[in-house]
Write a protein that binds this ligand. Sequence first.
Ligand code: FES
Length: 273
Amino acid sequence: MKQYEIAKKKVLTPEISQISVYAPLIAAKAKAGQFIILRVDGEGERIPLTISSAADDLVTVIYQKVGATTLALDQLNEGDCLHDFVGPLGEPTHVEGYGRVAVLGGGLGCAIALPVAKALHEAGNQVDLIGGFKTKDIVILEEEMGKACTDLHICTDDGTYGYHGFVTGKLEELINSGVKFDHVFAIGPLMMMKFACKLTEKYNIPTTVSMNPIMIDGTGMCGGCRLTVGGEVKFACVDGPDFDGHQVDFDEVIARNATYRDFESKAKEAHLC
Ligand code: FES
């Protein structure tokens, strides 16, 4: 098999696919919470993707077709090779010694929540994994998530499957039913993580968030992924991606991400033309 060859490709929903890439050195070192940066071709944008699993010389990542690069990535098939595939990057998630934890995954964030929940569970914690999706048709990884935790709770915004509501609603329901969580991990869209942190602040539960802002070099040099945590500038690629959610300035990250929205939609249009 060739370096960075796509060994397996699986369509999870019409918008979300999973690829397993031949990268033995990365697979041997990768831990839960770490990510890779890939380029589809020599001219392409670098995009960070969190490692979903790593075994047998293969690194698996899951992507959503949202922009020009992920659309280009999706045109590759088994047997094609990526131009670059760099990692594992970032600090692994700390998983030992919490007790009872809740892991919240929002949509595609469930692909990241899955290895984190699995590692927490294997380290001896009691893990409630709460996965949220807009509707039943786009629920992904249910079987895998079920095996990776103590209790799995699927939520849908429209009530077509599982708990009717957001992951934060399910978390609050569990807290109000008497469950005492020692720690919460929130992984997914910025808004979901922001509101999860507001909720856990109310109940005084320490909370870790996984920040995945715009990244370019992934080495702490370009400043692309900077964010403010507890009043200090941090770089998600080298200081994170995990941070104390109660200290993250979410409004700043949300505003920074919005800056690039026009550019991204123009690049997507150009790709589709
Ligand atoms: Fe460049 Fe983090 S991606 S500093």
